[in-house]
Ligand binder design. Sequence first.
Ligand SMILES: *Cc1c(COP(=O)(O)O)cnc(C)c1O
Length: 231
Amino acid sequence: MVEIVKNIEGIRSRLPMSVELVAVSKTHPVEYILEAYSCGQRIFGENKVQEMDQKHEALKDSCPDIKWHLIGHLQTNKVKYITSYVDMIHSVDSLKLLQEIDKHAKKDGRVIKCLFEMHIASEETKFGLDRDELVQILESQEFKLLQNVKICGLMGMASNTDDTEKVRMEMRSLKETFDFVKKNYFAKDLDFREISMGMSSDWKIAIQEGSTMVRIGSTIFGKRIYAVNSK
Ligand SMILES: *Cc1c(COP(=O)(O)O)cnc(C)c1O
């Protein structure tokens, strides 16, 4: 049995007040989410549109105050499925995607909180922007026209390694990019304040390096079991 409430309370007791906990419920059943909900957890992170949709549908009446955060890669053709309810999208990695989110958010009469996903790991496979690409987006005319997205900060995933110094340096680089972007583009914008970094293996380092949102899955819900032939 997974002791979800105990796990959440254990993490909470070590989180500074200023850091939000995103409970990453991907691959886990709705019952697990309900258990986390019972001890006050409200933000849940999912990495697939279809799975998040199904869980939102199952829980929207009984738990209308759940905040759904999309943390995984988002394809532009799937944006339309989530803009009516998603609270925050952590994984914006192109202007085209941001424009698509803006377009559908407008249709749904909403403003959607977004984070730019930055590429900080040395692994080639991870998604995300580098600093120059982000600056290019922020300086574009197209970006300035967007009205239905609210840029709240940056997200990053450190390398999956036991080398904690490497993880720390990658996280530090995300904090530095955040400070640079804040100073040059969002100095007066109080909403630009989030640094989403830290997972089960590295959230304690992430907090030391300035994280404001940790995304924790297995430490709360246990190991994920993936179906054969799916990622
Ligand atoms: C799965 C996932 C997490 C949580 O991973 P754990 O190691 O289970 O805590 C965090 N962030 C992203 C983007 C993920 O896909």
